[in-house]
Design a protein around this ligand. Structure first.
Ligand SMILES: *Cc1c(COP(=O)(O)O)cnc(C)c1O
Length: 464
């Protein structure tokens, strides 16, 4: 399998290089040169298999010659061994034709563990084989950081620097990052928004001198392999509800468009996904875009769903590449305009392709609390604010009611206890393994939103 950049100017790479590179050298994101597909027989054959085995079957075509299916299965089984549920990603019915896909059984209680626990091990394997080391630099709106830290802590060939927007992540989210006592882990609280953190990381990657000197690499969802690993739970969930013989829709609370792009990938692989319903919070750039055809940046506002407090959905670039006929020059032109003017408009043909599969709904904080309350009343389930936004979007969708919807539960409610308490009056207890974190010593560096300062902090701490 070979991978191409959405901007069309970076070298074509294989699986392992795409894994280690993250952002392409032309500023674009990597995608498979052609989507692999599974036949109906192969899809049917996933039914009833242990999660790691089914996931390895879905992921194997992406690894191409780099890893066999058996090697992948062993690695994935190890990645998910510590998860708190034997099904890894269990489905739970919450209403007629409405299911919840629980993706919070990993060590940091958000869906990002599903990809990162695998990606951390894939990094280790690739670096050991090549006798190399890397510096992971990542921006987080809350959940990526802790998931990356958990996946990479104490690894000798990797240093990890995580930038998060100071004061804009929940207390549990912050502590999950700052209380990890590992020599290769560094948390930076940046004076800015998540988009500032993301821009800072992009700027470091675009500084080729700095990037090469410190062997920068990324585990943000700009890293293709994260998306590829996430395709597995869409595949497994759709098979559980009857794929390839029954159609299915997914509702996905969306920030950086990474998770839902994995759903798109599952569809391209042959899974009968008929509809993708996006939920956004008040930072509703994608909802406005789907309605108007214009992508237009607005300032970020903090919400109860901080992992979606994003205006620039990085992974949208991948969908853009797909709907403009994989024309890298066109993607470059649109995104250069977006950088410069804060907006771009897409033609009707491309918008038609997007609207044929995606729809989007926005939910503000008041609505989010109402949905948490309603779901609790109707099903007894406590859902986190991000999950509630996806559920609300599913409820508002007027897509074919005969098609069942799976809403993604992207985080455990205890991660966002403050919002849950406001909604239903009780604070969910964090699972036992997180208790110690609430009193442990925090290690974090406050830094201004200034490239020079951040770069010199990193340069001073990278191990040679
Ligand atoms: C990261 C995150 C999201 C958003 O996912 P994207 O891939 O950025 O769209 C939603 N919910 C939770 C809990 C998250 O951690």
């Amino acid at each position: 399998m070979r991978y191409v950049s959405t901007r069309g100017q970076a070298p074509v790479l294989g699986f392992e290089d795409v894994l280690l590179t993250g952002l392409a050298r032309d500023g674009g994101l990597y995608l498979p040169e052609a989507w692999p597909t599974l036949s109906a027989v192969e899809i049917r054959g996933l039914a009833g298999r242990p999660y790691a085995e089914a996931a390895a079957r879905v992921l194997a075509p992406y690894a191409g010659g780099a890893m066999s299916r058996d090697e992948l299965e062993t690695l994935l089984a190890d990645a998910y061994r510590s998860f708190g549920h034997a099904a890894v990603a269990p489905l739970k019915q919450i209403g007629p034709r409405h299911w919840l896909l629980e993706l919070f059984h990993g060590p940091t209680l958000a869906f990002k563990d599903y990809a990162l626990q695998a990606v951390g091990r894939l990094f280790d394997r690739a670096l050991a084989r090549r006798n190399q080391r890397v510096t992971i630099v990542g921006a987080t709106s809350g959940d990526t950081g802790s998931a990356a830290i958990e996946a990479l802590r104490d690894r000798t060939s990797v240093d990890v620097f995580v930038l998060f927007p100071r004061g804009r992540v929940s207390e549990v989210q912050r502590r999950q990052m700052t209380t990890v006592d590992a020599p290769n882990v560094h948390c930076i609280a940046l004076d800015g928004t998540f988009d500032d953190c993301q821009d800072m990381v992009k700027a470091m990657f675009n500084d080729t001198g700095f990037r090469d000197e410190h062997k920068l690499s990324a585990v943000n969802s700009i890293n293709w392999v994260r998306i590829a690993v996430q395709i597995a739970y869409y595949a497994v969930a759709s098979v559980a509800l009857g794929a390839p013989d029954k159609r299915i829709a997914f509702a996905v609370p969306t920030g950086n468009f990474g998770n839902v792009f994995a759903a798109y990938g599952a569809k391209r692989m042959g899974f009968p996904i008929e509809r993708l319903i996006l939920g956004s919070n008040s930072n509703d750039i994608l909802t406005r875009f789907l309605a108007s055809g214009e992508m237009k940046m607005e300032p970020v506002v903090p919400t109860y769903s901080p992992s979606m407090d994003i205006q620039v959905s990085s992974n949208f670039e991948r969908l853009l590449f797909e709907v403009v006929g994989r024309d890298g020059a066109r993607v470059t032109e649109l995104l250069t305009r977006f950088r410069k003017d804060g907006r771009f408009r897409l033609d009707d043909e491309a918008m038609g392709r997007i609207r044929g599969l995606f729809e989007a709904h926005r939910l503000d904080d008041t609505g989010t609390l109402e949905v948490i309350r309603r779901v609790h009343r109707e099903s007894g389930e406590l859902v986190d604010p991000h999950t509630a936004i996806g559920i609300a979007a599913a409820a508002r969708s007027r897509f074919d009611p005969a098609v069942p919807v799976i809403s993604l539960a992207t985080a455990h409610p205890a991660k966002f206890g403050e919002a849950i308490e406001r909604a239903v009056g009780v604070r969910p207890k964090p699972p036992d393994r997180l208790q110690g974190m609430m009193t442990a010593k925090e290690r974090v560096q406050d830094l201004p939103n200034d490239q020079k300062t951040v770069k010199s902090f990193i340069a001073g701490r990278v191990r040679r």
